[in-house]
Design a protein. Structure first.
Length: 320
């Protein structure tokens, strides 16, 4: 059943999809990449030099995004393991009211400067991640569907880009935070906050679509504590947030820890969003073969480029 909903400033087309399917996922985008290379009134401005109590401000940041409706997004995920550093980049749009988004994720170049992988199109939906051009034996016209609450990282890392709303809801678990100061980001005055969030606490306060996924991440990461830097505008909306995750790369001896810095940059609030979720017949139901060198776990060490991008991408990589 198809349904289309039109609103001022946004356009959405929703198509039905099932939660079942015989998919056996060998590994996520990160595995491919590394192997191969409480709230005040909506819309009210945050008052004061530091916007009030930092913890309270950050707890309601996700709600401010829902009030904003939608935004364009850029993402960067940098992974470091065993002296290897890899950066995956994404760009797209996200509807915070419907919890739907679309990103084009670009895997890093190989050491010779050429990319061995086509960009992966990702559709983000409550409880699900859809990927096209996933490779590993998946037909070009088929989508791979992954239940995000089945992933040990809750898809904060596996997809190669953190779902923008999930990134915001991590801040619901903020335990400690300080106001660093005012700065400018892409021409917008923002407030910079630094703190630590607890994934288990974030899961308890998250929306239905993210609750199980964040709870899985709280169990699956090396630690449930997530250091972050967040930049909010005067309406309390996240303009940029950078999380630092850490997880073991499936090794029983405790070695192979992968450090991940995931950055989401939001801009052009109210942008039009058009997301079409795949029909059942378009979802691949077979088993995905591992790419050469894959070990079946996110974060498998390999070669890649950690070079920061230029222009607006520099802000994604953590520069003001």
């Amino acid at each position: 059943m198809g349904q289309q909903v039109a609103m001022v400033g946004r356009e959405r087309e929703l198509r039905s999809w099932r939660t079942g399917g015989g998919l056996a996922l060998a590994c996520g985008v990160v595995g491919v990449c590394l192997a191969g290379s409480g709230c005040s009134g909506q819309g009210a401005a945050v008052q004061g030099a530091d916007g009030g109590d930092p913890v309270a401000v950050l707890h309601r940041a996700a709600d401010r995004l829902v009030a904003a409706g939608s935004a364009k997004a850029r993402t960067a995920m940098q992974m470091a393991s065993g002296g290897t550093r890899v950066t995956i980049r994404g760009e797209g749009v996200y509807d915070f009211e419907e919890r739907l988004g679309q990103l084009k994720v670009r895997l890093p170049q190989d050491p010779a400067g050429a990319s061995e992988h086509r960009p992966i199109t990702e559709l983000l939906a409550p409880g699900a991640l859809f990927m096209k051009n996933r490779g590993a034996g998946v037909p070009d016209d088929k989508w791979v569907r992954v239940a995000t609450d089945s992933l040990s990282d809750g898809n904060l890392v596996t997809g190669g880009a953190t779902d923008p709303f999930a990134a915001a809801e991590v801040l619901r678990g903020t335990r400690t935070a300080t106001f660093v100061g005012r700065t400018e980001l892409a021409g917008t005055e923002v407030r910079h906050y630094r703190g630590t969030a607890d994934l288990a606490r974030a899961a308890r306060g998250a929306s239905d679509g993210n609750r199980k996924a964040l709870a899985a991440a709280a169990e699956g990461f090396a630690t449930a504590e997530v250091p972050f830097d967040a930049y909010l505008d005067d309406e309390g909306r996240i303009r940029k947030v950078r999380h630092r995750f850490s997880f073991a790369n499936g090794r029983q001896d405790g070695t192979g820890i992968v450090d991940v810095a995931s950055t989401t940059l939001l801009y052009d609030f109210g942008a039009a969003v058009r997301v079409r979720l795949p029909e059942d017949r378009d979802i691949y139901a077979g088993k995905i073969a591992a790419e050469p060198g894959e070990q079946g776990e996110p974060g498998t060490a390999g070669e890649g480029s950690g070079t920061a991008g230029e222009g607006s991408g520099a802000a994604v990589d953590g520069k003001n």
